[in-house]
Design a protein around this ligand. Sequence first.
Ligand code: BV8
Length: 233
Amino acid sequence: MNDLRKIVILTGAGISAESGIDTFRSEGGLWEQHKIEDVATPEGFARYPELVLGFYDMRREALAKVEPNAAHYALARLEQEFAGDVLLVTQNVDDLHERAGARHVLHMHGELKSALCGACEMRSGWNATLSDRPPCPICKAPMLRPDVVWFGEMPYQMERIYAAIREADLFVSIGTSGAVYPAAGFVRDAKDCGAAALELNLEASDGSAWFDESRLGKASRLVPEWVEQILRP
Ligand code: BV8
């Protein structure tokens, strides 16, 4: 594929698994420890604020103990060395892509290291806890919540993502089960717009049939191999 100019990449929890961050749906994954409707919905937050804030505090604190893996570094290398355009869209709320050197990461489901104020609706970078209901750095109201997209909420920057998919020559999905929409539908949008579609995943995902090619294995091996192929065709 030498006439490759525009690549859209979607990553999910599987790319961070080898860094030691729980995925959502594998054995002992995050959702097995908590009912999804209890911790990842606005209703759950309204009903159990302490549980939800504690769930995200625990995940934010865990970030300090993990490192990016070879897959994150390989995507940062692709972003820097590829002559065309690369849009890196992640469903993950961790900062491992950035810590591996990626400079334009689109967090469609938000970020652990950002807090959203329920009063002034402004966002602030956030590394501390939220369970103690600290004041919003901007309006001082004690109304900060994790700046993540819960079920039933609109993912971020959807227009930008769809615009990039419409122009893409290649759509690559890495480490995602294809269980959550609208992200799980991106491969169909890409195929409808004439892009090739590649999946790099530990096992076949819910959307595998939509991909032109699925490579099964660990991201830390598959992603560097794929990036090398793209940069040294
Ligand atoms: C919305 C942030 C309206 C918080 C998350 C039909 C159509 C459209 C919508 C719906 C629909 N039916 C239901 C809905 C609503 C809902 C939905 O999809 N529900 C599901 C359960 C059916 N969607 C929503 O509510 C979304 N909003 O629809 O708004 C709209 C619609 C269209 C356009 C605009 C607006 C909002 C969803 C966002 C929820 N927030 N996270 C937080 O992180 O706590 S979801 C969360 O789970 C992740 O962000 C991710 O998106 C999702 C899936 O997780 P994955 O990343 O895929 O992880 P998972 O564990 O599932 O899989 C890991 C994979 O990695 C596995 O395949 C495994 O094999 C692989 N793997 C493991 N280890 C490795 C590996 N691969 C490689 N190497 C390894 N080492």
